[in-house]
Design a protein around this ligand. Structure first.
Ligand code: GLA
Length: 720
């Protein structure tokens, strides 16, 4: 049993393999957070109120018990908690004060499915606590769900709000997760960035007040990732307490961390209140997206591995093919300059070098000769593919490879047939200019007519075309967020309904094209989130394919997401790969995740194509440990001159160790140790041909950075 209710103490205890979460219903009414951390029976589990002046109370006889200071499971706006709250609902009187108290519970096997939203799949180990709350003044109800993933040490939370008030209510803020931790001597880790510079690692001490990461862009975006962690100030890869959080959603979000007067840390994950409101008629309900949290008593790596296993076991779709295809993507080699004869050269080169799939990127449809026109016109350009897409794809596949295609369904160029026919299908605000970005506008994906149109056009265009793969892109953010389809009182729903429309279309693609795989993308890794991972097997990690920059992006991505989600291409923008040393370096960096290529292979020299061929053969040997193994980071490239990490299988029989030098020309020394090695075994390194004892690997060896630039080194230890 993962969830236990002690009715005498009115205490809920939620347990995973290594962690425990305790909440009490104090005085029979107030859901109060008591504990979240490692299982530890010596910790006293009791909330002890402390009297603070100015903190409003319920009871003259117990003035210390105040919503402003107790660790609340569901802090409510306007009712004595002056910190950031989780729920704010405007009622029939026009005020937004609400207060939810305990009304019952239900503990059950499995979970609640979230209509229209991505959510973690449940298996036999899954149990859920439904905490039922009521606002006795408005008669609105809140159900908070805690779903437990015991093996991965993950607990998820989501909320359903029901309006039984007899009148309309407007949800103005609804956070999915709130955790009050009774201390604040933490660092916060978050990932910031932008296009082509995604997921920079930053770590700062918490301060009193609010610190947050967020998106108001309509996509989770490259600007902040929805993942955050709170950790001991001295936590590192292998030691210290670490709490990790994430959100199963791809649109606007808010991760808020507040340290209050009594030095308690409140972490909240959810939709936030900016760009969001939801009108609820009497009898209707609203379901929030799912937020997830994990706890590690053993440093950052353990937190990452908890999330990696959770994502692989409960978020990602099943792999559609026996082996993850190594793709050759045309973008960096061709940009828009594509047609059938050029693509056939790529198909032959792809087959010749041993890649499994040709992915034809942008430029195949409508009047799409550059990025100023054609988006929205999802039919093949007959000048480029005179016999049509089906015949072309059949010819590509005659080379014995698979075929994938690029789409960007959510967008439209004003210079397109679609826009000319339906200008009202874009997000827009009456009387205001709709700003362009990459010459494009955003379709109103919350309008069912738009979704039906997209389903229809893609069904027709791809009917009979033997596709194996979609690269699903999204290349601008939302401004002037208004929906011509929605009435004025529902305009606050436009960005959220947009995401529901995107998920519906993704779901349609999965059903209509069942044997295909989806790689998602948003100008690179601009929607690198758990929502997209529910549909896409992997994500184009970044448009920045420079290997040193990539090393950093990959390090940060791996903090929260497994290697199998990282699409890593060896690219060749300035033909630098005519140098074998550079090609080796790019390849070894790309081995951090799922390997692919983005080079002009048809024009490559024999030496280069032979090298690529051999690289793919070697990758086949490593791919299982990379894509399905456990990840151990040794050195963080944001703090050191190297990135060092290894992947290993469950029995630690195979260990693939990589060191990537990110600065070059600076001599530094590092100790590289492989703690998972078996001290009594011997390991043969298949790359150098040397044998090591497990004890030597655990003790570690000295690594000295090199004069050569670029430089990387790999070891593949196989237990003898
Ligand atoms: C985005 C993607 C690229 C490529 C282009 C095509 O920028 O990140 O990989 O697909 O769009 O326009």
């Amino acid at each position: 049993m993962s969830i236990n209710y002690n009715s005498e103490l009115k205490r809920f205890t939620i347990e995973t393999k290594n962690t425990r979460y305790v909440l009490d219903i104090v005085k029979g009414k107030y859901p109060i957070h008591i504990y979240y951390g490692q299982k530890n029976d010596s910790i006293e589990l009791k909330y002890k109120p402390f009297l603070y002046s100015f903190a409003p109370y319920f009871d003259e006889e117990d003035q210390a018990f105040s919503p402003d200071t107790y660790p609340s499971e569901f802090p409510c706006f306007g009712s004595g908690d002056f910190r950031e709250t989780s729920i704010k609902i405007k009622n029939k009187n026009g005020d937004s004060v609400c207060f939810f108290e305990y009304d019952g519970n239900r503990i059950f096997k499995g979970r609640i499915n979230l209509p229209g939203l991505p959510f973690a799949s449940a298996d036999d180990n899954t149990e859920t606590l439904e905490l039922q709350l009521i606002d006795t003044v408005t008669n609105c109800k809140a159900k908070i769900y805690y779903t437990v993933f015991p093996e991965e040490d993950v607990i998820s939370r989501y909320v359903i709000i029901e309006n039984h008030s007899g009148r309309d209510a407007v949800i103005e803020k609804c956070m999915s997760l709130c955790l009050d931790i009774p201390r604040c001597d933490f660092d916060m880790i978050s990932l910031y960035g932008g296009h082509a510079q995604e997921r920079n690692y930053q770590r700062n001490p918490l301060m009193h007040g609010i610190q947050s990461v967020y998106s108001r862009r309509g996509a989770s975006s490259a600007h902040f990732n929805p993942f955050i962690a709170i950790c001991d100030k001295d936590a590192n890869e292998i030691k210290g307490e670490v709490y990790g959080f994430n959100f199963v959603f791809s649109g606007n979000f808010l991760d808020e961390v507040e340290v209050d007067q009594q030095s308690t840390t409140r972490v909240q994950i959810g939709l936030g209140s900016e760009n969001f409101s939801w009108l609820l008629h009497d009898g209707e309900s609203f379901t929030s997206p799912e937020a997830v949290m994990t706890y590690s008593a053993d440093g950052i790596n353990k937190m990452s591995r908890n999330f990696h296993s959770f994502i692989r076991n409960h978020i990602l779709p099943p792999e559609p093919f026996d082996k993850r295809p190594v793709v050759l993507n045309t973008w960096e080699a061709c940009f828009f300059d594509i047609d059938e004869s050029e693509m056939m050269r790529f198909a032959r080169a792809a087959a010749e070098c041993g890649t499994d799939m040709l992915v034809m990127d942008d430029g195949w449809f409508g009047a799409r000769n550059d990025d100023s026109a054609g988006l929205g016109d999802w039919y093949e350009n007959k000048n480029k593919f005179k016999d049509g897409l089906a015949a072309f794809v059949a010819k590509v596949k005659a080379n014995g490879i698979k075929f994938g295609i690029w789409v960007e369904p959510e967008m439209v160029n004003p210079n397109s047939d679609l826009y000319r026919a339906h200008p009202d299908w874009c997000l827009q605000v009456k009387g205001r200019t709709s700003l362009l970005s990459r010459h494009q506008l955003v379709l109103d994906m919350g309008n069912p007519e738009v979704i039906e149109y997209l389903k229809d056009i893609f069904s027709k265009t791809f009917n009979g075309v033997k596709l194996d793969y979609f690269k699903w892109d999204m290349n601008r953010h939302m401004s002037e967020v208004g929906s011509p389809y929605l009435p004025p009182e529902r305009q606050g729903e436009a960005a959220y309904r947009y995401m529901l429309g995107v998920y519906e279309l993704l779901d349609f693609f999965k059903k209509r094209f069942p044997n295909t795989m989806i790689e998602t993308c948003s100008g690179g890794g601009g929607r690198y989130d758990l929502g997209m991972m529910k549909y896409g097997t992997m994500i184009w990690t970044s448009d920045n394919t420079f290997p040193k920059a990539r090393t950093k992006i990959q390090y940060s991505s791996l903090l929260a997401y497994p290697a199998s989600t990282m699409s890593c291409h060896v690219s060749n923008p300035e033909n630098v790969c005519s140098s074998p040393a550079e090609l080796k370096f790019r390849y070894e960096v790309a081995l951090g995740g799922a390997l692919g290529y983005e080079m002009h292979l048809p024009n490559a020299s024999k030496e280069i194509s032979d090298t690529v061929k051999q690289q793919i053969i070697n990758y086949r040997e490593y791919e299982d440990v990379i894509l399905r193994g456990d990840y151990y980071s040794l050195y963080n490239p944001f703090e050191c001159d190297i990135s060092a990490y290894y992947y290993t299988d469950a029995n630690h029989d195979k260990i693939l160790l990589s060191v990537i030098e990110v600065h070059g020309m600076r001599e530094r020394k590092y100790k590289i140790s492989v703690s998972v090695a078996d001290p009594n075994a011997k390991y043969y390194d298949k790359i150098s041909g040397k044998t090591y004892t497990g004890r030597e690997l655990i003790y570690g060896f000295d690594y000295r950075t090199h004069d050569a630039d670029p430089y990387s080194q790999m070891w593949y230890f196989v237990k003898q």
